[in-house]
Ligand binder design. Structure first.
Ligand SMILES: [Zn+2]
Length: 89
C-alpha cells in the first residue's frame, strides 16, 4: 500500500468518447488556486491518449482539500476503485 504524497492528489476520469480511464495528478502547490471566498479550486484539462479528446474539469475544494464540487466536460469522474477494476483484468 502507498498513500499519495501530501503535495499532490489524484482524480480519476473516464472519457465519454472512447471509455478510456485516466488518472490525473493534481499538484496542490501549483495547481490549486484560492478563490475570493477563501475556498480553493482547480481548473485543469485532462487529455486522453486514445482519442486525444480534451476534458476540461474544475474542482472546488475546501481548505482541507476535500472536494466539494466537481464539473467536467467530455467525460465523467469515476472512483479510484472503478479506475483500478479494469486494469486488473
Ligand atoms: Zn477518449
Amino acid at each position: 500500500m502507498f498513500s499519495s504524497p501530501p503535495d499532490a492528489f489524484y482524480v480519476y476520469i473516464q472519457c465519454h468518447k472512447c471509455g478510456e480511464k485516466l488518472k490525473v495528478r493534481i499538484n496542490t502547490l501549483s495547481e490549486v488556486s484560492q478563490s475570493d471566498k477563501g475556498a480553493y479550486f482547480v481548473q485543469k484539462e485532462a487529455m486522453g491518449t486514445q482519442c486525444f479528446c480534451r476534458m476540461p474539469f474544475r474542482l472546488e475544494l475546501d481548505r482541507f482539500r476535500n472536494i466539494k464540487n466537481k464539473e467536467i466536460t467530455g467525460g465523467k469522474f469515476i472512483t479510484e476503485k472503478e479506475y483500478r477494476s479494469d486494469n486488473k483484468e
